[in-house]
Ligand binder design. Sequence first.
Ligand SMILES: Cc1cc2nc3c(=O)[nH]c(=O)nc-3n(C[C@H](O)[C@H](O)[C@H](O)COP(=O)(O)OP(=O)(O)OC[C@H]3O[C@@H](n4cnc5c(N)ncnc54)[C@H](O)[C@@H]3O)c2cc1C
Length: 285
Amino acid sequence: MLKKLTQFYYPKTVEDACSQLANAKEKTSVLAGGTSEALRNDSTIEALVDLSKIKELSFIKSDSSSISIGAATPVQDIYKSDLSGVSGELLKTAAGKIGSTLLRNAITAGGNLVALFPWSDLPAAYMVLDAEVVCRKGKPKRTVPVINLINSKPASFLTKGEIVAEIKVPVFKKGTGASFAKMSKTSNDYSLITVASRITIAGGKIEEARLAVNAITAQPVRCEEAEKLLVGKKPDAELLAEAAKKAVAGLKVRKDYRATEEYRKEVCEVMIRRSLEESIAKAGK
Ligand SMILES: Cc1cc2nc3c(=O)[nH]c(=O)nc-3n(C[C@H](O)[C@H](O)[C@H](O)COP(=O)(O)OP(=O)(O)OC[C@H]3O[C@@H](n4cnc5c(N)ncnc54)[C@H](O)[C@@H]3O)c2cc1C
């Protein structure tokens, strides 16, 4: 509960929002979909800057080289969008796996990234798509690889008065396939294991590999050792099984009451192998 909350701001522009955050005397936080911010147990926050009225933060655009999504875009809009291609389809699949329709109408593309929970679905997809994040502090902006933001924890990465404004993913060349899978007890429940992968095949060999997991870990991580093992090799069942084993061996598995460490590891290895198989099959189409 935000017990001390007394003030709401509804800026119409990014500049107004950032200036409100930068100059606030009272402890002020950003409100996007509100699905975690409203539940936060913080009795020091006195004001919220609501991003929902900022039109320049709510959009989905695509051209031949990239897809851009405004940070305040509800994830349901991504799920229901007409985005296509490897990146578009992966974003739509990941967005569609998030909770229920009601939740997806509230949760935003940026909020899902900044509130980096183990069960957050989009960040693993952003990671394998080599997404870049546009952070704005009024007019000034910096564009950073999503992995930098995730590895430094978004809340610490952003400076006072700075917000995530946009997430950009490249469009990939032919010969690329991607896959997203989530295991949860029910389709509305939090993820126990999330796996995303992207593979590019050229000349019968793996030219580029991306593999990321979440939920089994405390935050989304790239499985870089497994990626290295795959690159330059002809994809066959033995290689994929070896990569899946290597990926799981390198994970610091999160413990909670939903599933044991052994169960998560065993299932995750199978999910990774299948995800790689799916990405490779799609790359061949
Ligand atoms: C019952 C339930 C089930 C859920 N299930 C899933 C699920 O299956 N999968 C999944 O991925 N998520 C799920 N979520 C959502 C997830 O837990 C987070 O609540 C959500 O991702 C936060 O996004 P939001 O847009 O609501 O952000 P908010 O709650 O508004 O904000 C979250 C945090 O990010 C900051 N913030 C938000 N946007 C920005 C921005 N643009 N720039 C800077 N800071 C920002 C806020 O200050 C706050 O600290 C679920 C939530 C609930 C309540």
